[in-house]
Every structure is written in C-alpha cells, then in structure tokens.
Design a protein around this ligand. Structure first.
Ligand code: 3PG
Length: 307
C-alpha cells in the first residue's frame, strides 16, 4: 500500500487536512501526518517509509531525499518550489510538482491588506492617503500578479506590470499597462508589488539602484521571497530616503535594524501568511492529493517541475 506523508511545519487548516485525507483514503493509500515539527530529525524519520510527500515551505534537501528510500513524488502545495532540491530529486528518481494558482488569491488579498494598512498610516489615527489613482507596479504577472491586478482595478489604481515571460497582449487584455523593463516599472510606480520567484537569476536582484528609481512616497510590497531582495541595498534606500516604506510577508534578515531605525516605515507579518487562509489550504491541499492520486494511478505528471 502507498503511504502519503503530509509534512507541514506550518499546518494546513483542519478542513484542508480532512479533505486531503479523504482523497488519499478513497485512492486506497495510507496517510501519515507530521505537523509543526521542531527538528529535521523528525522529518528524516517520518519520510523513511513513504511513497509521496505533501509539503508547504518545508525543506526537502538531498539528506531528506536520501532518507526517503521509497519516495516517488513530492508535491509542494503552493507555488514556489525553491525549498526543494530539484537536482537531488531528479537524481533520486523523484517527481516534484507544485500546485500553481491554488493559493494565489489569498496572497493577493494580503497585498491589499498591507497596502491599505500602510496608506492609512498603519491606523495610527493621523490623516492617511487613498489608493485610488495611485500607481501600482506588478513585478511578474503570474497567478498572484493577475489577482493583484484584478483587486487593484477595483480600488481604482493605475496598474502597470513587467514580466518578460508574459506577452504584452495577455497583460493588456486585463486593462494593465505592460512595461518593457524593470527600470520602467520602478520609475513609474509609487507602489511596487513583488511576485518573482527566488532563482539564481532573481536572488538579490531588487537592489538599491532599482529601488532608488521609485517616485516620491515609494512603497515596496514583498509577498514573494526574501532572497530576491538585496538587503544591503534595502537598508541603503531606507537610510537615504525618508519617504520609502517596505512591507513584507517575510521578515528580512535585517529585521532588528528596521525595528531600531525605521519605525513607522515598515510592516512585517509575524510569520509568512500570504497563503494562510482556509480556502487556499483547501484548494492547494486538494490539488496536491489529486495530483498524487493521478500520478500513482495513471503516471500523470502535469505540474512536474523537475526534469
Ligand atoms: C507559495 O509559494 O505558494 C507561497 O509562498 C505560500 O507558502 P506557504 O505554503 O509556506 O504558506
């Protein structure tokens, strides 16, 4: 019998676990749970006898893959898979998938939660500003970027996007202005929302030069990955531009410096929570369970991300 492990340091909502368990049981597989684990040793032990693993931002590195002797598939219930060693997975003959789009609306809604919070002076009682007519740049027009655009239009914002992998037509059919370069996006927009993945190319790519192009009252919103920010450059811009605000769903490594020096110009969620809604957990969890069932039953490899 196939065994499927749900290994989530940050657990899914219980409604999601219930539905994932139902799909796994209906497919005739056994389910194993490892939630809120506190050490890698627990993960290494839990993976020993399983054929499939469902994860979130949990780290699946070479050591974990080597410990998982029976493993055939890992599904990252979510979008970004920079937490999985794809090379090691391929070498171990393990298929890695994600579940694109399933938690995107949740992330986009958090972007606006943070944007309104910032525009209204972090609810400190003083007179804030409105988002209507302000410029918003969407950096990468994937699933999350599209939802961000949809919500931004509702707020009456002027919406721009840059994504070298998406055609101008497909961006502009959403009523969004497609710009030709990162420079153009950052020079045009007071608010920029980041949705790029963390890859060798994008790591530290959001740097001082780029941020310094942003207009007065600049605000960067990061619900993507902290690795894409050049933190030295970020500190430099915070230091040299008193009008610059940073909002992030992922605390930067330089969190203490922000707390010490930039009060009132930043907001960080206490724990990455863009995808922390019951709906996103249910959607991504169900997709992951179904993808595993399809893989074992028919060899379906849609959404495979490693070669
Ligand atoms: C993703 O890549 O899907 C998001 O960053 C959500 O990550 P999480 O499942 O760890 O909340």
């Amino acid at each position: 019998m196939k065994r499927v492990l749900i290994a989530t340091d940050k657990p899914f909502a219980s409604a999601a676990v219930k539905q994932i368990a139902g799909i796994i049981a209906d497919a005739g597989y056994e389910i194993k749970m490892l939630e809120k684990y506190t050490s890698k040793a627990e993960l290494l032990e839990a993976v020993e006898d399983v054929h499939a693993i469902i994860i979130r931002s949990d780290i699946i590195d070479r050591e974990v893959l080597e410990a998982a002797k029976e493993l055939e598939i890992v599904v990252r219930a979510g979008a970004g898979y920079d937490n999985v060693d794809l090379v090691a997975a391929t070498e171990s003959g393990v298929c890695v998938m994600n579940t694109p789009g399933q938690n995107s609306n949740a992330v986009a809604e958090l972007v606006f939660g943070m944007l309104v919070y910032k525009a209204r002076g972090f609810f400190n009682g003083s007179s804030g500003s409105e988002l209507r007519e302000k410029t918003l740049g969407i950096h990468a027009y994937g699933n999350v970027g599209r939802y961000v655009a949809l919500i931004a239009k509702g707020f009456g914002m002027k919406v721009y996007a840059f994504d070298p992998f998406v055609s101008k037509e497909s961006i502009e059919k959403d009523g969004v202005v497609a710009l030709e370069s990162e420079d153009a996006l950052y020079s045009t927009c007071q608010y920029v929302s980041l949705h790029i993945p963390a890859t060798e190319k994008t790591k530290k790519s959001i740097n001082f030069d780029l941020l310094s192009k942003m207009p007065k009252g600049a605000c960067l919103i990061n619900t993507a990955r902290k690795e894409v920010i050049d933190e030295e450059g970020l500190l430099q811009i915070m230091e040299t531009r008193a009008d610059f605000t940073y909002l992030s769903d992922i605390e930067p490594g330089v969190n203490d410096i922000f707390a010490e020096k930039y009060k009132g110009r930043y907001f960080f969620t206490p724990k990455k929570m863009g995808a922390q809604t019951e709906e996103a957990n249910v959607n991504a969890g169900i997709a992951a369970a179904k993808q595993i069932a399809g893989f074992f039953a028919n060899g379906d490899q849609t959404y495979r991300v490693n070669k």
